[in-house]
Ligand binder design. Structure first.
Ligand code: SF4
Length: 317
């Protein structure tokens, strides 16, 4: 059985829930903002990883949670490792086991049973990114074709697992026309699939390939997607940028050696600055000069749009 590296576990203070942040990725997305992409971390077998996850949960919650998210980087690179991890979580009583993936491995040639095996192992939900519908754009943006990704969506849908597709609005690259194509594709697979549209966030992107979309752009993308998919939504992830007043509800990072740290958004920003500095061979000061700090107005606009467009608030639409 192979081993994989884990950067850290994350425990939520909001509800008992654990994330596994595996390192390494088969894509090189130009706009990636995940330091886990580039490897590093601590190499562990699935059994060792489960044991340390259990110890972290018992220490913090006094019991095991029922919800686990497996993310990265890209968690699917080693099929046997992932299947063993999922099986182990199920055996420990986890009821919701969620995989976040770029889909490439699951849908590539020669892996015809990957999706079904994940379901059999105990996986309950999958979040797949469709970076672009045009294969040309996809190859330019990630370095790989999107054909396996689209295959993965079909195969995962066939298993009956809960499926959420995420796509990033990137003005001039993945804009309304691309998002409409993605929505048409998904509606042909299953019109009940959930599609979440996220705005491109240039601040910590590896390459600032474009600007943030405007709220009008996001609104247009939502409207066109909702014509095909009743479960289309605009991202709510920006709420993570709004810590609640003290005592702050937040996340606890538990490193593989079981040291733990209550990290803030600021700490996450520092990690990304350190990653950009290392991977681009630039000083921290040079990276800081490149970063814009003008996000507040945009975040307020985004909150307004979420209130307006979210299907959960139909009266406000
Ligand atoms: S798939 Fe995710 S982790 Fe991998 S390069 Fe793309 S954005 Fe980064």
């Amino acid at each position: 059985m192979g081993k994989r590296s884990i950067q850290y576990f994350t425990l939520s203070d909001i509800e008992p829930r654990i994330w596994f942040m595996l390192t390494g990725c088969d894509f090189r997305c130009r706009g990636c903002f995940r330091p886990a992409r580039d490897g590093g971390g601590t190499l562990l077998s699935p059994e060792e990883m489960l044991k340390r996850a259990e110890q972290a949960c018992l220490k913090h919650y006094g019991k095991l949670p029922t919800k686990a998210m497996i993310t990265g980087g890209e968690p699917t690179l080693d099929k046997e490792f992932l299947l063993t991890l999922v099986k182990g979580l199920k055996e420990k009583g986890f009821e919701e086991i969620i995989l976040m993936s770029n889909g490439y491995e699951i849908g590539r040639e020669g892996n015809a049973n990957y999706a079904a095996e994940l379901k059999e192992a105990g996986l309950t939900e999958v979040h797949i990114d469709i970076k672009a519908f045009s294969d040309e754009i996809h190859i330019w943006y990630t370095g790989e074709s999107n054909k396996p990704v689209l295959n993965a969506v079909r195969m995962l849908n066939d298993t009956g697992m809960e499926l959420l597709i995420q796509t990033v609005y990137m003005p001039g690259i993945v804009d309304v026309e691309e998002i409409e194509q993605i929505a048409i594709f998904l509606s042909n697979v299953n019109s009940n699939i959930k599609l979440r549209i996220n705005p491109f966030a240039p601040t910590f992107a590896f390459e600032r390939v474009t600007e943030r979309p405007t709220m009008e752009d996001m609104g247009r993308a939502y409207k066109i997607a909702a014509e095909y998919l009743p479960n289309a939504i605009i991202s709510r992830s920006c709420y993570r940028e709004y810590p609640t007043p003290p005592p702050q509800e937040t996340w606890i990072t538990v490193y593989p050696d079981l040291r733990s740290k209550r990290r803030t958004i600021k700490d996450q920003e520092e990690d990304r600055i350190a990653w950009l500095s290392l991977s681009k061979s630039k000083t921290r000061e040079e990276i800081l000069q490149e970063l814009e700090r003008d996000d507040l107005e945009y975040r307020q606009e985004l909150e307004e749009a979420i209130r307006k467009f979210s299907p959960r608030n139909p009266k406000q639409r």
